[in-house]
Design a protein around this ligand. Structure first.
Ligand code: NAD
Ligand code: DAU
Length: 355
């Protein structure tokens, strides 16, 4: 079997669902269930004995070591992280604890387990670390997209904490020979995306008749990838990736934030028109920018294509339509994640910006 950490979050849950759809091999899913972890994402697996959920923190070495000894996975895929840039600006400590200290403890636990495996199991074992393009910093308008050899220049507490975790993973390969793989992916979107991030927040706010808060001038560029394409890239790297290598993953879909918001409004105008027949664009409001806001990300995904034969299936147009439709069809999921704690976050993040 394989072990995933953070498998109750957005990408992790999509990965678990897709994996069990495509493989017979079981999954142990280890997750702390922070505000971002939601077992409702995995409700369809309630009676599936191939999914084993274990509640815990990647920093809890005792629990992780016990679990590794009990389930003896052939691979560990590390999704667990604090993932929201704005939250890292308001409170960086959790990001250091989970993304840096937690990854370190996880690596130590995995190294101890791996060292004790029989030779053939040791050779076949993999530790795949899921990381982000944000570690490379911000691109100027005409600069080439991030390749795997791009210098690390993280600008937010979130990206700095992910950069630190990437360095630790690399060091465990070079120093201890741990068979690691790292993926650095661009912005994901799709089902089960927590509505604190741009795309789900805009869909949910639009439908609730709330403002659509665009930071700064809305001309920041992100490179969007449908989450299921990210999951297929991870499977591909797990199966065929060269040990110790880094693979950048992206959808060749650079878009300005304001264009994304316009896209969503146009789709909602078609699929769920406002009762007053006006466009959802009327709800757009420009608000104070994010401090240290990276201007542009773009991923050069040629290496994973050339070496491993991976390419995305969805275009932005097909992926965003599926996503908007998913939110329209899953209002109950949205209502359930909008807990008291989530409402407090919205007040904290947007109150200052609205002034
Ligand atoms: P998410 O915030 O939706 O989910 C994170 C999950 O990790 C949650 O289920 C949470 O409960 C769990 N978790 C947090 N701290 C933990 C801990 N200490 N121990 C165990 N579990 C813990 O995040 P996501 O968007 O699904 O991102 C998953 C991974 O992919 C992260 O490492 C992130 O940096 C990376 N990534 C995300 C994107 C993106 O666009 N969302 C893009 C590239 C890379
Ligand atoms: O690039 C990969 C990264 O993408 C991942 O590593 C992160 O985990 C993930 O959260 C995401 O980070 P971003 O900061 O790019 O995503 P977010 O959805 O928060 O914001 C996307 C862009 O939209 C960014 O330029 C900020 C802007 N934005 C965001 C929000 C929430 C707005 O203009 N208004 C908003 O209300």
């Amino acid at each position: 079997m394989i072990l995933v950490t953070g498998g109750a979050g957005f990408i992790g849950a999509n990965f678990v669902l897709d994996w069990l759809n495509q493989h017979d091999e079981a999954i142990v899913n280890y997750d702390k269930l922070t505000y971002a972890g939601n077992l409702e994402n995995l409700a369809s697996l309630k009676t599936d004995t191939r999914h084993i959920f274990v509640h815990g923190d990647i920093g809890d070495s005792q629990k992780v070591c016990k679990m590794l000894a009990e389930y003896r996975p052939r691979a560990v895929i590390n999704f667990a992280a604090e993932s929201h840039v704005d939250r890292s600006i308001h409170g960086p400590e959790d990001f250091i604890q989970t993304n840096v200290v937690g990854t370190f403890h996880l690596l130590e636990s995995v190294r101890a387990y791996w060292s004790g495996l029989a030779v053939s199991e040791k050779t076949d074992f993999r530790f795949l670390h899921v990381s982000t393009d944000e570690v490379y910093g911000s691109l100027a308008k005409d600069e080439p997209a991030f390749s795997e050899t791009r210098r690390y220049e993280p600008n937010s507490p979130y990206s700095a904490s992910k950069a630190a975790s990437d360095h630790l993973v690399r060091a465990y390969h070079h120093t201890y020979g741990l068979p690691v793989l790292t993926t650095n992916c661009s912005n994901n979107y799709g089902p089960y995306h927590f509505p604190e991030k741009l795309i789900p927040l805009m869909i949910v706010n639009a439908l609730a008749g709330k403002t659509l808060p665009v930071y700064g001038d809305g001309q920041q560029i992100r490179d969007w990838l449908y989450v299921k394409d990210h999951c297929s890239a991870i499977c591909c790297v797990l199966e065929k990736g060269r040990l110790g290598e880094v693979y950048n993953v992206g959808g060749w879909n650079e878009k300005a934030n304001l264009d994304i918001v316009h896209f969503i409004c146009t789709l909602l105008d078609e699929l769920r028109p406002r009762t007053d027949s006006k466009s959802y664009r009327e709800q757009i409001k420009f608000v104070t920018d994010r401090p240290g806001h990276d201007r542009r990300y773009a991923i050069d995904a040629r290496k994973i294509g050339r070496e491993l034969g991976w390419k995305p299936v969805e275009t932005f147009e097909t992926g965003i339509r599926k996503t908007v439709q998913w939110y329209l069809d899953n209002q109950r999921w949205v209502n359930n994640v909008q807990s008291g704690a989530y409402r407090l976050w919205l007040e904290k993040n947007y109150a200052e910006r609205d002034q």
